[in-house]
Design a protein around this ligand. Structure first.
Ligand SMILES: [Zn+2]
Length: 124
């Protein structure tokens, strides 16, 4: 296992957020949409046992529900478009935003957990 203490927390978190290996930044962190690789093929850092659990959905909800959703109420697009079109547009926009943010949030938390060796890592 690549020694995580050689990579700073901010760098590991940034690499994870970008979907790259927190250890080296050279390979992809995910082999599927939200499924992380077991280990980096370049630096051999292991991620298969790291569990971000509810942190990524929580962060995504915080960003969308507390930052972007209030903006919806101030935009007042209902004066430009019919109400049903606004609801449809916001549903598509916010769903797409959630789908984009979720893997980035998971990568961020995997980078943090990997860098700090926090208890988010399964024992064994
Ligand atoms: Zn790596």
């Amino acid at each position: 296992m690549y020694p995580s203490n050689q990579v700073g927390l901010k760098l590991a978190a940034r690499r994870g957020f970008l979907g790259r290996c927190p250890g080296c930044g050279e390979t992809k962190l995910f082999k599927a949409y939200l499924k992380q690789v077991h280990a980096c093929s370049s630096c051999r850092a292991e991620f298969g046992r790291i569990r971000a659990d509810d942190a990524a959905p929580w962060a995504t909800i915080i960003v969308i529900g507390h930052i972007f959703l209030p903006l919806v109420f101030f935009l007042e697009l209902d004066k430009v478009m019919p109400f049903w079109a606004c609801v449809a547009a916001y549903a598509v926009l916010l769903s797409a935003l959630a789908l984009v943010l979720l893997p980035r949030a998971k990568g961020l938390f995997i980078g943090i957990l990997w860098s700090t060796r926090a208890p988010g890592v399964e024992a064994g």
